[in-house]
Design a binder for this molecule. Structure first.
Ligand SMILES: Nc1ncnc2c1ncn2[C@@H]1O[C@H](COP(=O)(O)OP(=O)(O)O)[C@@H](O)[C@H]1O
Ligand SMILES: [Mg+2]
Length: 283
């Protein structure tokens, strides 16, 4: 499809110093099934409990962060991902010329109009599919999502926790530079660690300042050792190891949020502790 643009969006790329302390900007990545959504949901809630104003972004093409955050399945079903909200996309980008769309539009109203608040005070925005910055895709939906991500990471005085696919390319360099910490979640499997390694390399290339590895579902000392060894040999800072936790599985089986169902469990408690560590290292 032929698309042309009428004007490039200009953005302020500097954070204002007085708001800096509210701006813990985190992205969580890793191979599917390693626990990204769990980590993102618990961290976002932890930050909200600490008094941060928090925005959680679900940027996985199969979004399910809402349930982890304690948003009911009925309410979660009603959420239309930003990239699939044709009415919104059109209102932002349509011009009177067919095939020509605008790239200069405001996105600051989107959070107010389209985010859903969780029981624990986290605002959730579901992005839908976010295409990679390098694919040259100029579709209107992508333009809105990219501008929105940039707004959330660069301009907004709010803590951000994003649950994303394995990979960081779709952030775009301008936005990636403002990610305070990329968390690569891995279990002890070879494939998950290889994915974490790719995330690490890409994050550096994209200009992300800090990357931490977070080991998850660690069932015994041997698994822990494998992850520690991997972190050491690749020079990646290991934020910590989250134990394999049956209560988290139980919460899942019952369709409950682990934050509610397994609040005091070892796994959830470990993520909170790593959240504390992360705040110290990034603010
Ligand atoms: N520490 C843990 N202990 C036990 N089960 C876990 C743990 N972390 C995640 N899980 C389970 O693993 C599955 C995948 O987790 P999820 O957060 O959805 O991964 P991802 O978002 O990376 O695909 C879920 O069923 C989740 O409940
Ligand atoms: Mg997930």
């Amino acid at each position: 499809m032929f698309c042309s643009t009428i004007r490039k969006r200009k953005l302020t790329t500097k954070k204002s110093d007085e708001n800096e302390e509210n701006q813990v900007k985190i992205a969580v990545s890793g191979k599917g099934g390693t626990g990204k959504t769990l980590v993102a949901g618990v961290l976002a809630t932890f930050l909200a409990e600490k008094g941060f104003k928090v925005l959680a972004i679900d940027a996985d093409p199969s979004p399910n962060l809402a349930l982890t955050l304690g948003i009911s399945p009925d309410e979660a079903k009603k959420i239309i991902p930003i990239s699939e909200n044709t009415q919104l996309i059109e209102s932002k980008t349509k011009t009177s010329y067919p095939g020509v769309y605008r790239l200069s539009f405001s996105v600051d109203d989107i959070v107010k109009d389209f985010s859903v608040k969780s029981l624990y005070g986290v605002n959730l925005l579901v992005m839908g599919t976010v295409r990679s910055a390098g694919t040259g895709c100029l579709c209107p939906a992508n333009a809105v999502v990219r501008a929105l991500l940039q707004h959330l990471y660069v301009e907004r005085d709010e803590a951000v926790v994003m649950d994303m696919e394995a990979g960081v390319e779709h952030l775009g360099r301008g936005t990636a530079k403002h990610v305070d910490a990329m968390l690569a979640v891995t279990d002890s499997s070879f494939k998950a660690m290889e994915t974490a390694k790719k995330i690490y390399e890409l994050s550096i290339e994209m200009g992300i300042k800090k990357l931490f590895l977070l080991g998850n579902k660690v069932a015994d000392a041997n698994e822990g050792m494998l992850i520690e060894r991997f972190a050491k040999s690749n020079n990646i800072s290991l934020l910590g190891l989250i134990p394999y936790d049956k209560q988290i599985i139980e919460a899942d089986m019952r369709g409950k949020s682990p934050i509610e169902y397994a609040r005091k469990s070892e796994g959830i408690e470990a993520i909170r502790q790593f959240g504390e560590k992360l705040i110290k290292q990034t603010t």
